[in-house]
Ligand binder design. Sequence first.
Ligand code: FBP
Length: 285
Amino acid sequence: MAACVRDREFTSLLSVEFLTQLGLHKRRYVMGIDTFLSGNRSVLLAYDQGLEHGPTDLNQVNYDPAFIMKLADEGRFNGIIFQKGIAEKYYTGKVPLILKVNGKTQIPKGEPIARQNCSVNRAAELGAKAVGYTIYLGSEHESAMLEEFGRIQEEAHAQNLAAIAWIYPRGAAIKNDTAPEVVAYAARAGLEAGADAVKIKYTGDVETFRWAVKCAGKTKVFMSGGPKAASEIDFLKQVRGALDAGATGLAVGRNVWQSSDPMKMALTLRRLIIEDKSVEDAIKD
Ligand code: FBP
């Protein structure tokens, strides 16, 4: 934590104007997302489902944010994703933090919207190296979220934080949120909106996901984990497919911390993603 805080204090001493004069201003943005990479790959642990879905996702072990924090550290994740309340009480500083700055419950029905619930300043105070924001593309309320993300992205970059967009096509206008053209649109929207990375759903095959990755351009693509898969091997094959299509990595929650052996799953994912092993080799080691 101390090192994270020291680094943040140092960079905040350097004004945007001063860095621009030195020609370093643009490069700072890239440094933000690089914090979460091992080489050109990354595995992020998501734990904001308590707000998004409620305790229905949780069991007697993973209900405890301290367990997740330890898992993120010992499982050598590249980043941990928390909402503000969990970060305030449980973040230890041992893994780079992505502070989710919007969110919603699944209680209201109708067109989805998630508004900002934490400032970028507060995220930085808590030690975050990136902010996360969900945009429900296709919702009647998408313009409110695009506008809010636009402002948050600028505030984040001004403080040397990366801006990561969860782009989830949702609402009555979206018939199939994993259709290739829908996922590619989500990826492109992330690039256009200024996201350093997007978190999108897998299309189901390498070729169509490759197009989505291309559409994202220089914005890095993370596959979104999704509900716990019936078969861990099938899940790992999907992740392998996303990597083969050019994805940077995976942002995953339930498929790790709902596993019967979360640490084993974490280390398997690390071998698959960071060490670039095949599914067969990743499960063997
Ligand atoms: P999972 O791997 O558990 O799906 O987590 C990824 C994530 O994006 C979380 O950050 C978020 O809480 C959840 O999925 C939202 O899921 P959905 O909107 O599909 O219900």
